[in-house]
Write a protein that binds this ligand. Structure first.
Ligand code: P6P
Length: 337
């Protein structure tokens, strides 16, 4: 029997560009450069202690979080890989306070790239899956220089979004608005190979993901939803639920894209002025688009995440995403239904 045809990321993007025009040449170049950067990050992550890349970098990022060495390495890899290609006007990263404008020594392109270079950093030193999350926007019209305001577009304006999860496999997950596809890194060939097309999330689930240690701080609608799940088949849901919490959004979202579920990092009263822990521009927006493109839903408890108009580059948001019927139930509890 002839082996199944291996379709590389490059071939997939070229064929998609030819078929539906959703991937103009510059965007195809951007996605291939990001994928190559993720391969380099995967290599560094896989080396772990052997590469001297574990542990803290003894510095803080704009979020006030202690940076891991790999956070900084991943950020530098993405910047260096993307700045010279002529496809970008600028970049924004969880690890950098200000935007990164492509230096004048390189040509500027029409796209903006936003990323969390290494999400789930608390898992790096304990060998648990982590990942890179990225979002692509179009530079607004006008031939003036790029500034932070150009990045402040709602998630429904993304032209591409994805992540690369560094786990037992290194898997790149991508949408350009025509569904979700997955590519697994073939380390022998050094290329991403198409391993899943038309990813779909079941509308119902029996699996929720939330950090239960924050239970006493949750708002009543979240507490009600989780209490009902915990009540199991004797309770109002009439079925038992399972719980997962990897504390790495990329890994939790990958599980949901693979078998369904609901992921929640809601507002809580620990820091009432913060809408949530996760960042809108380079965590919630790309993940929300992937989830919706796979048939799921993503809200902040009150509105669709992709419709939120950002006001600050590093603003945070409450996140409820995954199987559509569960997300709609949690959201309905927030409106008192
Ligand atoms: P906690 C990782 O730091 C992250 O930003 C997400 O990837 C993850 O879902 C969340 O924070 C984990 O937060 O409070 O459970 O450590």
């Amino acid at each position: 029997m002839t082996p199944p045809k291996k379709i590389s990321l490059t071939r997939y993007l070229v064929e998609q560009q030819r078929i539906d025009g959703l991937i103009p040449g510059q965007l195809r170049l951007l996605l291939e450069v990001v994928a190559r950067a993720c391969k380099s990050i995967s290599h560094a992550v896989n080396k772990g202690a052997l590469g001297g890349v574990l542990g803290s970098a003894d510095s803080e990022n704009v979020q006030g979080e202690i940076q891991k060495k790999l956070d900084i390495i991943a950020n530098e890899v993405l910047i260096e890989a993307n700045e010279w290609g002529g496809h970008l006007a600028g970049m924004a990263s969880e690890e950098m306070d200000a935007i990164y404008v492509v230096p004048n020594r390189y040509p500027k392109g029409e796209y903006l790239l936003l990323f969390d270079p290494l999400d789930g950093s608390s898992n790096i030193d304990v060998n648990v899956s982590i990942g890179t999350i990225f979002s692509v926007l179009h530079m607004p019209e006008g031939d003036r220089g790029v500034d932070e305001g150009d990045f402040l577009q709602p998630g429904n304006r993304q032209v591409a979004a994805g992540y690369c999860v560094y786990g037992p496999q290194t898997t790149l997950v991508l949408t350009v608005g025509d569904g979700v596809v997955m590519f697994t890194l073939d380390r022998e060939q050094g290329s991403f190979v198409l391993t899943q097309e038309n990813v779909r999330i079941p509308a119902d689930t029996q699996e929720f993901a939330i950090n239960m240690s924050n239970m006493r701080h949750w708002a009543p609608p979240v507490r009600r939803y989780i209490d009902e799940c915990l009540a199991g088949k004797e309770g109002p849901r009439g079925k038992d639920f399972n719980m997962r919490w990897i504390a790495s959004m990329v890994a939790d979202v990958h599980r949901i894209l693979t078998r369904g579920g609901v992921f929640m990092y809601p507002w809580d009263q620990r820091e009432p002025n913060k809408p949530g822990k996760l960042r809108l521009m380079y965590e919630a927006n790309p993940m929300a688009w992937l989830i919706e493109q796979a048939g799921g839903a993503a809200t902040n408890g009150k509105e669709r995440i992709l419709d939120i108009q950002p006001t600050k580059l590093h603003e945070r948001v409450s996140v409820i995403l995954g199987s559509k019927n569960e997300v709609e139930r949690v959201t309905s509890y927030h409106s008192g239904l």
